[in-house]
Design a protein around this ligand. Structure first.
Ligand code: ADP
Ligand code: MG
Length: 255
């Protein structure tokens, strides 16, 4: 897009001794530092706490202890919509009764009171994500890949400094998934937001991320350059995780 309302840039993220447990579940505890504008792959076994980690940052879950800082400011008291964060899930990112253009427009105004400039920005975002001509469709009339692209078009308009992606392409085929990764890389080139993407796919991690965060048993069990982890120089536990995946020849069922 050539019209950029404001340069957004990325934000630094710090989790300091963040504690959490689901009722009856095992305690989790996260310490993590992510540099501004980094692209991070969050990998780890099913049930290890990847989604929980992202939900804590997004504010869908509240820690029982510790602090979450974005650019040094404690965001603990902020509701999800007040946080400088966008999140895209594996599916169900869209409102079923709203058109593509309206779903994207929510990135600008929660009440869909949109200015002429907003409508222009929506059209730009739809063109950018390959959705031109589909603005009046309802989500059920789109493919899974198109629905995810609508979610990304909305992210484009929100221009938040942090983008959280929770296995966003797990239900798409490999070709589509590559297309989406390229789109995210292009959005990152443009907006420089800090990206955390939970994925089970080493290929996705390799293509997109610079930094690996390995989550195991409800904690951050390792961080470092993605290339090092994927070359087998990360940690024993990570190698076991990747090795198990290799034996199965496909990604485990995701939650
Ligand atoms: P991952 O995303 O790595 O697969 P999750 O963060 O979804 O892992 O889950 C971490 C742990 O918390 C798992 O043991 C899971 O069963 C449990 N869990 C996840 N969501 C809930 C929930 N809403 N209520 C209770 N337990 C949950
Ligand atoms: Mg998950």
């Amino acid at each position: 897009m050539n019209r950029t309302p404001e340069a957004s840039g990325g934000a630094r993220i710090d989790l300091q001794d963040v504690r959490f447990a689901y009722p009856g579940g095992a305690p989790m505890r996260f310490d993590l530092a992510v540099a501004a504008s980094d692209i991070v792959a969050v990998m780890g076994p099913s049930g290890s706490g990847k989604s929980t980690l992202l939900s804590l940052i997004a504010g869908f879950e509240a820690p029982t202890g510790g602090r979450i800082l974005i650019d040094g400011g404690d965001i603990g008291a902020l509701a999800p919509h007040q946080r400088p964060v966008s999140m895209v899930f594996q599916e169900n990112n869209l409102f079923a009764h709203l058109t593509v253009a309206q779903n994207v427009g929510l990135g600008r105004s929660a009440s869909l009171r949109l200015s002429a400039g907003d409508h222009e920005a929506i059209a730009d975002a739809l063109a950018r994500t390959g959705l031109a001509g589909k603005e009046n469709r309802l989500p059920h009339a789109l493919s899974g890949g198109e629905r995810q692209r609508v979610a990304l078009a909305r992210v484009l308009l929100r221009r938040r400094p942090v983008l959280l992606l929770d296995e966003p392409f797990a239900s798409l085929g490999p070709a589509l998934s590559d297309e989406m990764l390229a789109l995210i890389a292009a959005l990152h080139d443009e907006q420089r937001m800090t990206v955390l993407m939970a994925t089970h796919d080493p290929h996705d991690a390799e293509k997109l991320s610079k930094t690996m965060v390995f989550v195991d048993n409800g904690t951050v069990a390792g961080t470092g350059p993605t290339a090092d982890f994927l070359a087998g120089n990360g940690s024993e536990a990570f190698n076991r995780y990747i090795g198990r995946r290799g034996e199965r020849k496909q990604a485990p069922a995701t939650k």
